[in-house]
Design a protein around this ligand. Sequence first.
Ligand code: KG4
Ligand code: ZN
Length: 341
Amino acid sequence: MRILGIETSCDETGVAIYDDEQGLLSHQLYSQVKLHADYGGVVPELASRDHVKKTVPLIKQALAEASLTAADIDGVAYTAGPGLVGALLVGSTIGRSLAYAWGVPAVPVHHMEGHLLAPMLEDCPPEFPFIAMLVSGGHTMIVEVRAIGEYIILGESIDDAAGEAFDKTAKLMGLDYPGGPLLAKLAENGTPGRFKFPRPMTDRPGLDMSFSGLKTFTANTIAAQDNDEQTRADIAYAFQEAVCDTLAIKCKRALLQTGLKRIVIAGGVSANKSLRQSLEALATKIGGSVHYPRTEFCTDNGAMIAYAGMQRLKNNDVTDLSIEARPRWPIDELSPITSAE
Ligand code: KG4
Ligand code: ZN
C-alpha cells in the first residue's frame, strides 16, 4: 500500500510517498525561509499563498521521483493541524480534492504525531513505550508514548516553545530568521563557563517548562557586555546550554516518574547537536537509548506525514468529504491505533 503525504502547516511545503513494504519512495521539500526572512518571522498570508504555488508541482515531482502515477496511490494524507489555519487549508484542500479525484481515502494527520513518529523512518526505530521530547518552533512537550495514538502529556512549556526561544534570542543577537540553527552555529565557538544562565523551573517539582525568561536574561547579558564576536558566541553558548540542560533535567524526571529508559527527540530543535549530546549523556548514565530522525526529517517535512498517515490509514482513520484544518489540536485527543501490525 502506498500513501502520498502533504505537509503545509507552517513555512515548509513537504510532499512524500511512503510504501508500507518498501518504506519511503520519495520526498520533496520547499522551504519558504527566504520569503519570510525580511520580516523576521513567518507571515501567515505569504505562507499560504506560497503553499498554493508549490504544493501541486511538488506532488508531481514526488510521483516522478518514485516513478509512479496517481493510479499507484492508495491514500492521501495531509497535515490537518496544529498550525497556521490558512497554510493548513491549502494542504487539506489539495489533499482532500486529490483523494476524491483519485477515488482513494483522505487521511488527516496531526503534525506533532508526524514529528513524534519521524524516528520510525530510520534504521533503528525505537520500540514502544518511550518518552518523547517534542521540541519544535510551536510546541515543547514531554510525552509518554505507550503506543501509536496513546499519548500522555507529562509536561509542556507554559510560554515560549524551545524553538521559539531559540528564534527570539537569535533575533536579539541580530541573527536572521529562523535563528535557531544560526544561534547553534555561533555557540560552537563559545567558551564554556563564561556565562551561567538560569535553568527555569528546575528548582520546583513537575515537568512543565518555561523558556521566555531566558530571552530577557540574554537581553540583559547583551546590554551589560561588549558586543565583540567572542562575547556573542559565549552568550549563545550559555543560552543553548541552559535550554539543553533544562530539557535534560526535565527528561530525567520523566524517565524516573515512568520507569522508562528510551528517549525520542523530535521536532525542529531535535536537529540541535548539543541537545542530542545532553540527552545521550543522560541515556548512557541510566543504560537507556536516544532516537531521533535524520536532520532533514527533524524540521517540517512530508515524509513524517506520509508515515503517520499510513498508520492512520491502516487504522481506517479516514474522513468523509470534509476538509479538516484544526489550528489547535491537542495531541492527547488522538485515538489509539487498533489494527496496525
Ligand atoms: O518542527 P519545526 O520545523 O516547525 C514547527 O513545527 O514549529 O521546528 C522549527 C524550529 C525553529 O524554531 C528553528 O529555529 C528550530 O526548530 N531549529 C533549531 C535547530 N534547527 C531548527 N533550534 C536549535 N538548533 C537547531 N540546530
Ligand atoms: Zn513542525
